[in-house]
Design a protein around this ligand. Structure first.
Ligand SMILES: [Zn+2]
Length: 639
């Protein structure tokens, strides 16, 4: 997502007390963790320690020799009826328990129960957001019918199994369900009366993992998602004249599209051009889809964390493709669906191609891992595997920026299987970093820096609220916003400055290779980066992820001996940031002396920079660039 919904935290009293206790605990741990200079350990909660003891995770940052994750094979048919906006579905889930534990029950997750009036939410909603939620019409396990009444479920429900699911065993769940599609559209819902973005639309087996067991955290809209890597067969049954866009490969274009339109789509898979698959008048004339009352659009996607679809009888449809892997010449299909009148989405295919190509070849430099990307005009500014749902804006630069951000999420959380609900910085921090790195190329450094400062850094650094100073490691359910976006992004960019591009890329790629398709947690990232870089970076992780630091440097003293200058720099904010010393000489010439965060390794409160000036100095200014300072007024010295 581009930014978290700006809603007030509405927490109950007991939640507030838990939150206060957690804050105190975090503050205590920061005091313990501030020993500079010597080898440091990272604070690890007890459940995480247990995972390392059991060997499901390893201290060298690799998945442990006992690593496991569970998997489902989903075969679903989902229908949306435009008359009543009811989503109806049937599914079979072959769920395999790869854990060493016997499962006596399963947790079923249905995110869209967020719309039920009685569900806890992170903020107020309009009446148009409310629905009656999930109706379980039938439920069976291995052919045995269960009487499951989901009417009292929140976004997670529990089903006790009649016979336990043993380690290594597979159970087949057969579920029929329905729910009303929300009139107000957020991450999903009605985009207009005949255009729908249908996400989180099926009951799924929640994640059972090695460090928390069943993931039963309710979805409250603020924190995002955590899903298993499953295989999906998604059949969307849509009325005549409705086009369906979805995660996965469309397996039957000839069955659902008239020949002319199926040919255009197939041509787009190998074309460098942006092709109009169906324009406004073609959609209006009803000549695009097969003339059956209902068409079933069949999509497949394997080893992926979610599937989503959109459908419309009026959106126009563009497509093209781009080489995403130069070694194999593999292309990805790029598609766009939008209202004919908007100005930004006609660029959607072109912009998405640029993003796929750039991310594949530069940062993170991993070939786009999917076969397709579809950008859909909606309201969410939100990512889904192979799909993006973005609002339209009249500002072309901003629209492209948002698309870049959402497409960057392909790598984090989707390629990497991030638990966003608890560790949002493991995906939003990277999307924020990648959005900046691609902007350096597209807009140039001056503009990219200005945008990053204006949109990401300035509000955070100007905000002295206690909540803003919580350690980044704080669970996302307790602190999101800047802890998920700008603070981790600056940490990653500071590390890039310190390790250099080559060293940083090697370490990042090492982590990505080890954990792609799995479920890394923050300690896997820290340990893996230490291991692949060959450096003990725990002092840096403690500084950026386990502290209450912010950014505030100042010049405390300038000692001059002849032309030898020593600038004492105080670090009141505490973050280990890179900075420039901008030296202006008496004759008007300038010199920049760059310092990477390594200058804070030994002492995170103070450092000094010595240089031989060769001529008289008029002024010295500490400039952190995008690492904006809370009090820039004390960053300069004048002779
Ligand atoms: Zn995001």
């Amino acid at each position: 997502m581009l930014v978290k919904p700006a809603k007030q935290l509405l927490l109950g009293r007991s939640q507030l007390i838990i939150m206060q206790k957690n804050i105190l605990r975090m503050l205590a741990l920061v005091l313990l963790g501030s020993t500079a200079g010597q080898a440091q350990e990272l604070y690890m909660p007890r459940n995480i320690k247990m995972a390392y003891t059991k060997g499901t995770r390893a201290m060298d940052g690799k998945p442990g020799k006992n690593y496991w994750q569970n998997k489902g094979k989903y075969d679903m048919t989902i229908t949306v009826t435009p008359q009543d906006k009811l989503v109806k579905g049937t599914e079979t889930i072959a769920y395999t328990n790869n854990s060493p534990d016997t499962l006596k029950g399963v947790a079923i997750r249905f995110v869209n129960n967020l719309h039920k009036p009685e569900s806890p939410r992170s903020g107020a909603v309009s009446k148009d957001f409310l629905t009656t939620g999930l109706d379980i019409r039938s439920f069976a396990v291995d052919g045995k019918p269960y009487s499951v009444d989901g009417r009292n479920w929140g976004t997670v429900g529990n089903v006790k199994l009649q016979s336990p699911l043993l380690p290594g065993a597979t159970a087949t769940f057969t579920i029929a369900w329905s729910y009303p599609l929300s009139k107000e559209s957020g991450r999903e819902g009605q985009l207009d009366s005949t255009t729908y973005f249908v996400a989180y639309s099926f009951p799924r087996i929640s994640v059972y993992d090695d460090y928390n067991g069943w993931d039963r955290l309710p979805h409250t809209d603020a924190a995002e998602f955590y899903n298993d890597f499953n295989d999906y067969q998604l059949n969307v049954k849509a009325p005549k004249n409705y086009v369906v866009w979805a995660t996965g490969d469309l397996k039957n274009p000839d069955e659902v599209l008239q020949p002319k339109f199926a040919e255009r789509l197939k041509k787009s898979y190998t074309s460098d051009e942006v092709i109009s698959i169906a324009n406004e008048s073609e959609m209006a004339s009803g000549e695009v889809t097969k003339a059956n009352e209902w068409n079933t659009w069949r999509f497949t996607a394997d080893h992926i964390t979610d599937v989503t679809f959109a459908m419309s009888n009026r959106y126009v449809w563009d497509a093209g493709s781009v080489v995403v892997d130069n070694k194999t010449n593999r292309r990805a299909s790029v598609q766009s669906a939008y209202q004919a009148a908007v100005k930004d989405f006609p660029h959607g295919v072109d912009w998405s191609k640029q993003a796929l190509q750039w991310f594949s070849n530069n940062w993170p430099g991993v070939p786009y891992p999917f076969s397709k990307m579809t950008v859909v005009q909606g309201f969410a500014d939100m990512e889904y595997p192979m799909m993006v749902n973005d609002s339209t804006t009249p500002d072309m630069e901003f629209s492209q920026f948002v698309m870049n951000h959402e497409i960057a999420h392909t790598y984090f959380p989707f390629y990497m299987g991030i638990n966003e609900t608890r560790y949002a910085y493991m995906d939003e921090g990277w999307a924020t970093t990648l959005e900046y790195l691609i902007a350096l190329e597209q807009l140039g450094k001056e503009k990219a820096d200005a945008n990053y400062k204006n949109f990401r850094v300035s509000r955070w650094i100007a905000n002295n609220a206690t909540e803003e100073a919580l350690p980044v490691i704080t669970p996302t359910t307790l602190a999101t916003g800047d802890n998920a976006y700008v603070k981790p992004s600056l940490a990653y960019l500071g590390l890039k400055d310190m390790l250099g591009d080559e060293g940083f890329k090697k370490a990042l790629r090492g982590y990505m290779d080890r954990w792609n398709g799995k479920h890394p947690i923050p300690w896997d990232f820290f340990n893996s980066m230490n291991n692949v870089s060959g450096q003990d970076l725990n002092w840096y992780w403690n500084n950026w992820f386990f502290s209450n630091n912010y950014i505030d440097l100042s010049v405390s003293k300038v000692a001059i001996k002849g032309l030898d200058y020593t600038v004492a720099v105080k670090n009141a904010g505490g973050f280990a940031v890179p900075f420039d010393l901008n030296v202006t000489y008496a004759d008007g010439t300038k010199q920049v002396i760059h310092q990477t965060p390594v200058v804070w390794k030994a002492n995170q409160k103070a450092t000094s920079v010595a240089f031989n000036a060769k001529k008289a100095v008029a002024s010295i200014v500490i400039d952190g660039g995008i690492f904006m300072d809370a009090t820039p007024a004390d960053n300069s010295w004048k002779k």
